[in-house]
Design a protein around this ligand. Structure first.
Ligand code: SF4
Ligand code: SF4
Length: 192
């Protein structure tokens, strides 16, 4: 997936969110999601900046290329926007990753405006929760399209809140099932 060019002059600064949250499967570097990369220096960035693995050279989060305020930098807003393909595989979209399990971060005005704008423009938006094998995500567009089209912000926020609550519950049920050693899946099918 080719990403838009990053905004000139906008750098990662002290943020290292993607170096923790993103899974990397690269011949030069492999790491699971939600685990800090061994080359990451907290608050400083990457210790191997002059010889980055290919994945790291080509990847950056949505904050780097979208029109968002400085306050929306992932380490400050607790929201990372991960560029990902939509469900049909032919359209680029964004996955919302709430850092530090900060559920309230979803309801920041600037993020809500962005999500509504993307949905109005047909850009796939996923909401996600959980990590590794427990990770869940849901496509927001079909569920929130009506509220967005009607300009009904309270309903739109309620839809997002419900979707997130559903994901949190699915992950919790899977964790309990795994702890019980059960092979039965207690959650519904993965939504996307
Ligand atoms: S999450 Fe975005 S701002 Fe933060 S380090 Fe990664 S690319 Fe830079
Ligand atoms: S190699 Fe550097 S840029 Fe890539 S994940 Fe590790 S710390 Fe981040």
């Amino acid at each position: 997936m080719r990403l838009p060019d990053p905004t000139p002059g906008r750098g990662c600064g002290a943020c290292t969110a993607c170096c923790v949250e993103i899974a990397i499967d690269d011949p030069e570097l492999q790491k699971p999601d939600h685990v800090a990369c061994m080359h990451m220096r907290e608050g400083q960035g990457c210790a191997i900046h002059d010889r980055l693995p290919k994945t790291c050279r080509n990847w950056y989060c949505g904050w780097r290329f979208l029109t968002l305020s400085d306050a929306m930098r992932p380490d400050l807003s607790h929201v990372m926007l991960s560029p990902e393909m939509g469900p049909s595989g032919d359209k680029g979209g964004l996955r919302i990753v709430l850092l530090d399990e900060n559920r309230a971060a979803l309801e920041q005005g600037e993020l809500l405006d962005l999500i509504a704008k993307c949905i109005g423009g047909g850009i796939p938006i996923f909401l996600s929760w959980g990590h590794a094998a427990m990770a869940k995500r849901v496509l927001v567009n079909p569920v929130a399209a009506e509220a967005v089209a009607a300009g009904d912000k309270p309903r739109f926020v309620a839809v997002l809140r419900d979707l997130l609550a559903g994901l949190v519950q699915q992950v919790a049920m899977d964790v309990i099932a795994a702890q019980n050693g059960s092979t039965a899946t207690l959650s519904g099918p993965r939504q996307s």
